[in-house]
Structures are given as C-alpha cells and as structure tokens.
Design a binder for this molecule. Structure first.
Ligand SMILES: NC(=O)c1ccc[n+]([C@@H]2O[C@H](COP(=O)([O-])OP(=O)(O)OC[C@H]3O[C@@H](n4cnc5c(N)ncnc54)[C@H](O)[C@@H]3O)[C@@H](O)[C@H]2O)c1
Ligand SMILES: [Zn+2]
Length: 349
C-alpha cells in the first residue's frame, strides 16, 4: 500500500491510498467513525458493480449504505442532475456525520465532491477513483465542479477526506481510458518527475500502472500541498491546458486528447520563449502513447480568443506554463504572436 497526504498549512486534509483489491474494502474506504450511520454511494453504470460490492461490505460493518446510480459520462455534471441527488439525500435523512462516497471517473468524483461540499453546507466526501485520469488528476486536489454553459464553471474547493485507488480496477480499463489518463500522467512527469517521463519513453503506453500512478499522484499531491488555492505553483498543473482547453471547447474532443495537443503547443511556446530543447522529443512521446499531436479542424481566431479568455481566468493571470527543462516548469507572459506560432505547430492556423 502507498499513501500520500495532502497538507494544508501543515495539516492533513486528505489522504490518498494506492493498493490492489481495496475498492470494496470498507475499512480502507472509510475510516471508522462513531457518528457515521449512513453512506450514500454515488456511481455511474460502469461503476455500479464496484459500488454495489462496496455498499454490501459497508452494510456488514453496520453502516446503512445506499447505492445511487447517476447519469453516465459528463451528463452527471449538469446542474439539473444535482437536484435529484440532493432529494435522495433528503429521503435518506443524511446528517453531517454521514459520508458521500463517489465511485467513478473524474466526472463522477467532481460531482460527489460538489454534493459533499454543499449538502447541509458540507458532509464528508470520499472517492474511489476508477479511471486513470481520475486517479492521477481529477480525484486529487480538492477542485469540485459542475458545468453551467462552460465546463467546470461552478464549483468549490473541498478535499475528499480520502481517495482510494485500486490498481486491480485500473488494470482492467479499456485502452482509450488508459490513453486519456496517460496524457495527464505524462503531464505530471513533465512538470515534476523526469523519471516518469523516462518510464513512458521506455515502455510507451504499456508503462507499468503501479509506477505510473504512484509517481503521478506523488507529483500532484506535492504540488497541491504546496499551494492549495492555486496562487502560485499549482498553476504548473495547467501545463498544456491553456491551449488544450480552447481546442477542447471548440472541437468537443476529449480532455486527454486536448491536453496532449495542448502540451505539444506548450512545448512550442517553451522552445520559443525559454529555449526548451526537447519539444520534438515530447511530441514523439505523445504520439507513441497513441495520443493526438495536431488538432482537428477548428476556427483559429476563435481558439485564440478562448486562449486569451482562459489565460485571463487562470490564476497565473495572462500567463502560461512553459518548461525550461523536463521537470522544471515556469510561468510566463506569452504574447499573441507566440501563441499563434504554437497553434500553428498543432495545425491550428
Ligand atoms: N477536479 C479536477 O481537478 C479535475 C481534473 C481533471 C479532470 N476533471 C474532470 O474529470 C472528468 C473526466 O474524467 P475521466 O476521464 O475519468 O472521465 P469520466 O469520469 O467521464 O469517465 C469516462 C467514462 O468511463 C466510465 N468509467 C469510469 N470508471 C470506469 C471503469 N473502471 N471501467 C470502465 N468505464 C469506467 C465512466 O462512467 C464514464 O462513462 C471531466 O469532467 C473533467 O472536467 C477534474
Ligand atoms: Zn486536465
């Protein structure tokens, strides 16, 4: 078992547990607590089986566990999808001592966290992260959100008390979900762990998940602990995301694919601004992981507008994350001409 702690002002606010066969282990998922009578276990169709097994195991420890299946995919993050959840929690007469358990990928845990943070002004949330992207990124760091018009525009910062990552579950993921998660895991390596980048360089998409997850979670936990509310270094996690988000919003491609393309573009920005000399190598590696390195057909002017909006909304101000070297990120002001060149390098022109 590997454990990582998220610290805020020196205090542990969240614990991440990585192991095998733990997704339905009640003692790993929930720390025993006398005032917890109920657990609402939120899941989606794909994670119903795990949620049911966990629910049954929790019941054997005396907790009243109710499995609630929510709409699949990103639909779960619609604001409209929340009211039925809150009403179910009313029916269960959940109290502040109870727990919301989110079993699923990033979309599901984003919602479980938001519900936990808002129901009764805050009940405990715990996640079982079932996708690679969820495990290395979405479940960690305390950002919760739903979509209103744009993605993730409404949310709060609230940490789950625990995140459980079961490598046995991740081993069974379909190839596309491995690829999507690899984009974020590679990003973690690029900003904070050159060994993780080497691991991908040696093994490609078959890099051993135990080590990938361990290292990527280590980077995210360290960056977040350093900077919970995103005033400084946490911005490093946005590597590839400023341009990636714009392409994602314009084209509707998946987040992992968009981040892959965004990292290629950020590699170009890094090369042009701080002389990063491994942009080509980075692109080859992304390609080897089966991720895209050029954008689908999109309107370049609209993408540039979105990039500028994203930069303004970002805590880094009108700035972008670049790499001086692998493992050494920096945040810089980047002018439009450089952004245009970066966009051209991913075929947005
Ligand atoms: N909070 C954050 O910091 C943060 C960071 C990155 C991404 N996100 C969010 O995460 C979401 C993307 O997460 P994702 O990539 O996990 O996608 P996802 O949660 O949409 O999951 C993709 C699909 O896989 C299914 N699934 C989940 N676990 C599975 C399993 N073990 N086997 C088979 N299918 C499974 C899901 O039900 C869903 O239909 C987005 O909504 C994004 O905004 C949040
Ligand atoms: Zn991301």
């Amino acid at each position: 078992m590997r454990r990582y702690l998220i610290l805020e002002a020196g205090r542990t606010v969240s614990e991440i547990v990585i192991d095998r066969g733990v997704a339905d282990d009640p003692l790993v998922v929930l720390e025993p607590r006398a005032d917890r009578a109920n657990a609402a276990v939120l899941c989606q169709a794909a994670t119903r089986g795990v949620a049911e097994r966990l629910g049954a195991a929790l019941a054997r420890t005396g907790i009243v566990a109710t499995v609630i299946e929510l709409p699949d995919g990103e639909a779960v993050k619609a604001l409209d999808a929340l009211e039925p959840i809150y009403r179910r929690l009313n029916d269960l007469a959940l109290t502040r001592g109870d727990t919301i358990v989110g079993v699923g990928g990033g979309a599901l845990t984003d919602v479980a966290g938001f519900v936990g943070a808002t129901y009764l002004r805050g009940v405990e949330a715990v996640y079982v992260a079932t996708t690679l992207l969820g495990a290395v990124d979405a479940a960690i760091g305390g950002k919760t959100a739903v979509n209103v018009g744009g993605k993730n525009l409404v949310g709060v910062f609230a940490h789950p008390t625990r995140v459980v990552i079961d490598l046995d579950l991740l081993d069974q993921l379909p190839p596309d979900l491995i690829r999507q998660g690899s984009a974020e895991a590679l990003k973690a390596g690029l900003i904070g762990d050159p060994e993780l980048v080497s691991l991908y360089a040696r093994h490609g998409i078959d890099a051993p998940l135990d080590e990938v997850v361990d290292r990527a979670v280590g980077v995210k936990a360290a960056v977040v602990s350093d900077d919970f509310r995103e005033h400084g270094n946490r911005a490093f996690l946005n590597y590839g995301h400023t341009i990636g988000h714009a392409i994602e919003a314009e084209s509707g491609i998946s987040h992992g694919d968009a981040v892959a393309i965004g990292m290629v573009a950020a590699g170009t920005v890094s090369q042009l601004t701080v002389g990063f000399n491994r942009a080509g190598e980075q692109r080859d590696l992304i390609e080897r992981l089966g991720l895209p390195t050029v954008a689908p057909q999109v309107d370049a002017a609209r993408v540039l507008d979105l990039v500028n909006l994203d930069k303004k909304r970002d805590v880094a101000g009108t700035r972008m994350v670049v790499l001086e070297e692998i493992g050494r990120p920096a945040v810089l002001n980047v002018d439009d001409a450089t952004v245009r060149a970066a966009l051209a390098s991913v075929d947005v022109a």
